[in-house]
Write a protein that binds this ligand. Structure first.
Ligand SMILES: [Zn+2]
Length: 79
């Protein structure tokens, strides 16, 4: 598995977490809807990312997003 490409600001050492596929960074460093969202992110394709706007598609995205988070949490528990 690929390692997260983010580096610590204090020590300059590379993040030791595993990167998520297609992101190059771990969950802590912006993968899956973090502050560093990029174009083409699955949640932004179907519905605009605006506060207070919850279309059916956005709700479906939210559900799949929660599933992903739950999945990655159980993955972390295995380590
Ligand atoms: Zn990281």
């Amino acid at each position: 598995m690929q390692r997260c490409k983010a580096k610590s600001k204090r020590s300059g050492e590379q993040c030791k977490n595993y990167a998520l596929k297609g992101w190059g960074v771990c969950r802590m460093h912006g993968a899956h809807g973090g502050p560093k969202t990029r174009e083409g992110h699955f949640a932004c394709k179907k519905a605009p990312c605006k506060h207070g706007l919850y279309s059916y598609a956005a709700l479906q995205d939210l559900k799949s997003c929660r599933k992903l988070i739950r999945g990655s949490k159980s993955m972390i528990d295995q380590f």
